[in-house]
Design a protein around this ligand. Structure first.
Ligand SMILES: Cc1ncc(COP(=O)(O)O)c(C=O)c1O
Length: 458
């Protein structure tokens, strides 16, 4: 390309109004919600970077496909269309639709995991961990050391530590490992990619010990793009070819269509093993629905089928990864500490580095997230001690390893000027970082407290 500006590869065809609450309204909203951004109404938020899950914009082709959705209870044409797209992409014949990613996880792990078993992953996403642990199994994270260091510059910080995987297999025994999982990209590790070389090494380890290998493939296309950009020998291949090779290495996938399915709802559980798939379908019928719709409407199946094709287009992926990187570069150039290099779907602000005067016990990342909202109506999410700190029986707390604020970028939803605005808000908050104060929790639930806790400024 002759020009360096990477434009949004779409024209806007339908728009939604953005609310513009003034400073007084934002302050009032903060007081009402007890300084918890999960309590905000959508109309109180200017730019919503809470999550990239299900918040993207669908294309005209997806909306068009929705109109031809076949709502037959059994044998829906829309299921057949989706099944064909997924089988063609993954090379896996058993295609089970679910209402979202965690439903796929629940079904899979209720069959394969149990007390005494260990599931290795680079880093379990929180619903994956919860579904593994709900079966009484251990969810073990084996990401490489660089993946745990916010500032270590490494092209594939999501890679699995193969030595640690071998050590785990030796320690717990092959029979106590139902499967090995790798999350692409590694959401809980900052949206960092996994290389093809690493996926091949995981496959080889699984072959040595006769273990199944599953991908948590929520962001498979973003991962494929990073491989194209960063892995030796891959730049000439298309994202589709790379994605197909990624899938060819695995025995199955769990998938949330709310990410790289470019849909607002949906999930998939896909595999090669027909016997395991039959067991999964038996559970599917209990809570999700008949195997040709699995908790979704026929129109949703259509939207996902189209989304899976659009997400692998080079123009889309170039824009997608660049728009996240663009925000990250603006923050970094102004000296705002962030997880580096940026991942595919989000920029993570490092609150511990930005606010060294706020002790972890006073929730620096919560303070930063609240301030981004107070200052400019930008909603991110605290990923620190509020979310991951452990509370002991005596009320004392062990802080999380990192204090981050995640700014997740929804797909095809905001333009460059929205992102420029976000950067301006971040920079203006960072410029007066020393004025920020910590918070204390005045009310909290016994688990998943971050969703409903109430805070008071100190
Ligand atoms: C890596 C990863 N796995 C699984 C899930 C769960 O998917 P869902 O929200 O559709 O249940 C998510 C959602 O954010 C995710 O990022």
């Amino acid at each position: 390309m002759a020009f360096k500006t990477i434009i949004e590869p779409f024209k806007i065809h339908s728009v939604q109004k953005i609310a513009m609450p003034d400073a007084a309204a934002r302050q009032e909203a903060l007081q009402r919600t007890g300084y918890n951004l999960f309590g905000l109404h959508a109309d109180e938020v200017v730019i919503d970077l809470l999550t990239d899950s299900g918040t993207g914009a669908m294309s005209a082709a997806q909306w068009g496909a929705i109109m031809v959705g076949d709502e037959s209870y059994a044998g829906s044409r829309s299921y057949e269309r989706l099944r064909a797209v997924v089988e063609d992409l993954t090379g896996m014949p058993e295609v089970i639709p679910t209402h979202q990613g965690r439903a796929s996880e629940r079904i899979l792990f209720s069959i394969v995991a149990g007390p005494g078993t260990v599931v290795p992953n680079n880093t379990h996403f929180d619903t994956t961990r919860a579904n593994v642990e709900f079966q009484g199994a251990e969810a073990r994270d084996l990401v490489i050391a660089e993946g745990r260091d916010p500032s270590a510059d490494h092209p594939f910080k999501g890679n699995m530590d193969i030595e640690a995987l071998e050590a785990t297999i030796a320690e717990v025994g092959r029979n106590n490992i139902p499967l090995v999982m790798v999350t692409v990209t590694n959401n809980s590790g900052g949206g960092q990619p996994v290389s093809l070389e690493n996926l091949r090494a995981v496959r080889e380890a699984c072959d040595r010990h006769d273990l199944p290998f599953f991908l948590d493939a929520c962001r498979f296309a973003e991962n494929a793009w990073f491989i194209k950009l960063r892995e030796e020998g891959q730049s000439g291949r298309s994202p589709s070819e790379i994605a197909r090779e990624m899938f060819s290495l695995a025995d199955g996938i769990t998938f949330s269509a709310k990410k790289d399915g470019l849909a607002n709802i949906g999930g998939l559980l896909v595999m090669r093993d027909a016997e395991l798939a039959a067991q999964c379908r038996n559970l599917l019928i209990l809570t999700e629905g008949f195997p040709t719709y699995g908790g979704l409407a026929g129109r949703d199946l259509e939207a996902i089928a189209v989304g899976l094709e659009e997400v692998l287009q080079e123009g889309y992926l170039r824009y997608r990864i660049r728009s996240t990187e663009y925000l990250a570069e603006k923050c970094r150039a102004a000296g705002v500490p962030i997880v580096w290099p940026p991942g595919g779907h989000a920029v993570y602000l490092d609150a511990m580095a930005l606010l060294p005067h706020i002790a972890q016990a006073e929730y620096p990342a919560q303070s930063l997230a609240v301030e981004l909202y107070r200052k400019g109506g930008v909603r991110g999410v605290e990923i620190g001690s509020v979310m991951f700190g452990s509370v002991h029986d005596d009320g004392s707390e062990e802080p999380a390893a990192m204090e981050l604020v995640r700014l997740a970028v929804p797909r095809r939803t905001y333009t460059q000027s929205h992102i420029d605005y976000v950067a301006e808000v971040v920079l203006s908050v960072a410029a007066r970082a020393e004025e920020l104060r910590g918070y204390r929790i005045v009310e909290q639930a016994p688990w998943l407290r971050h969703f409903t806790a109430r805070f008071e400024p100190l």
